[in-house]
Design a protein. Structure first.
Length: 132
């Protein structure tokens, strides 16, 4: 059922602190004001994530084309540097989103999100261990 990951999720296997704010089992008791502020952040973030993902896909395709055409190392390096910069920019956006979200949440609410992720990781690891 999880073929298409939510575009606002981080890389697979890396729990997303921001998205966990909305996990139905996390009852943060958000005020209407908090909810609207967080929704604004979420909408802006979804657009940013999509833009980064499109650019990363484009650059990876460019690397593939360059490899197919036996492009010189200097050309490959330029594209790889752009790709690295784009991935770093994506991570910076993610970090600033988290900072903005934590400014909206109380420390108690932030702590609940962190513990929810810890418990989810533990449960995931147990499931993984049971299969291996």
């Amino acid at each position: 059922g999880m073929a298409e990951p939510d575009p606002s999720f981080g890389s697979v296997g890396q729990p997303d602190l921001f998205e966990s704010i909305w996990a139905p089992e996390v009852q943060l008791g958000l005020s209407p004001d908090q909810k609207s502020k967080l929704q604004v952040l979420r909408d802006a973030n979804t657009a940013k994530v999509k833009a980064h993902q499109r650019e990363i896909q484009r650059l990876v395709a460019e690397v593939s084309n360059q490899m197919g055409q036996h492009a010189p190392d200097s050309d490959l390096q330029v594209t790889l540097d752009r790709l690295k910069a784009e991935i770093r920019a994506q991570q910076m956006d993610k970090d600033s989103l988290l900072d903005a979200a934590q400014a909206v949440l109380t420390p108690n609410q932030s702590a609940q999100v962190v513990l929810h992720i810890r418990d989810g990781m533990r449960a995931g690891f147990k499931k993984w261990k049971a299969r291996h």
